[in-house]
Each structure stands twice: as C-alpha cells, then as structure tokens.
Write a protein that binds this ligand. Structure first.
Ligand code: ATP
Ligand code: MG
Length: 140
C-alpha cells in the first residue's frame, strides 16, 4: 500500500442538485482526504482539453456541452492507493452497472451525467492535477 494522490471532479449534474457534500462525505468515509479543492465553470476549450483523450468518440461534443453546463468542483484526493480506491468508490461509468453503495449507483442520473470523474491511473492523475491546480493551490 502506498500514499497516493488522485484527481476528482464533482460534475455539473451534482453541483446543480446541491449534493457535493454528500459526495465528499463518501470520499472521506472511504479514507480519502481532500487536500485541494476549487469550484469553477469550465470554458469549452478547457473541457475539450481535459477530455482530449476522447475527442474521436461519438459522445465527445455532448460530453463537452455537459461538462460546461454548470459549475464543477475539482479536487486533489490523497490516501492509500487513492487512484484505485476512488475508482472503487465512484462505481462503474454507467450507473446501471455500478455496485450498490457507490457514488454513481446512489447519485448518477445517466451514463453521461454520472456525478463524478476520477483519474484512471497514477500517471493520468499527475497529468490531470498539473492541468487543473498550481502547486501552491495544494496545501496538503
Ligand atoms: P471519467 O473519465 O469521467 O472519470 P470514466 O473513466 O468512468 O469516467 P470514460 O470512458 O473516461 O469513463 O468516459 C468519460 C466520461 O464520458 C464518462 O464519465 C461519461 O460522463 C461520458 N461518457 C462515457 N461514455 C459515454 C457514452 N457512451 N455516452 C455518453 N457519455 C459517455
Ligand atoms: Mg475516464
């Protein structure tokens, strides 16, 4: 087991429904610590850059429209095996496939409006954190 950081987003469907606190409680109850956090409204260019890995996918334009449809809460989470642990707490991408008790099973509205993002590997986490936070915005 190793101490790790991962990047998390509480998506617009969740900020709209005022359930950011309920989601953060799930993260904290699972042993993850919020070591940096900010609420922002992404521009189209920021959403396109963040999800550039999906730019050839048929859902890309819809995803960018959704991610810019309202404020998001970006977070750096820290804990033992934080990347894998966060993915476990989030549940499967499609809430219909998400295990009971996971964030997406409890809160997601649809495959697209699925309440949270989490980095899928330590390398992706480092990249996403550096895209969205300056070092002096991560007090630890
Ligand atoms: P995320 O990257 O947001 O943590 P994920 O890693 O579980 O989610 P990805 O395959 O990376 O899933 O897809 C990124 C996001 O794009 C999903 O979380 C979802 O919001 C949206 N998405 C994925 N597949 C579809 C689809 N078939 N139709 C609509 N939206 C989709
Ligand atoms: Mg992903």
């Amino acid at each position: 087991m190793s101490m790790e950081r991962t990047f998390s987003i509480i998506k617009p469907d969740a900020t709209r429904r005022n359930i950011t606190g309920r989601i953060i409680t799930k993260l904290e109850d699972a042993g993850l610590r919020v070591v940096a956090q900010k609420r922002v409204l992404w521009s189209k260019a920021q959403a396109q850059a963040f999800y550039a890995v999906h730019k050839e996918r048929p859902f890309f334009d819809d995803l960018v429209a959704f991610m810019t449809s309202g404020p998001i809460v970006m977070q750096v989470l820290e804990g033992e095996n934080a990347v894998a642990k966060n993915r476990e707490i989030m549940g499967a991408t499609d809430p219909a496939d998400a295990d009971p008790g996971t964030i997406r099973a409890e809160f997601a509205e649809s495959l697209e409006a699925n309440s949270v993002h989490g980095s899928d590997s330590p390398d992706t986490a480092a990249l996403e954190i550096s895209m969205c936070f300056r070092d002096d915005e991560i007090p630890g």
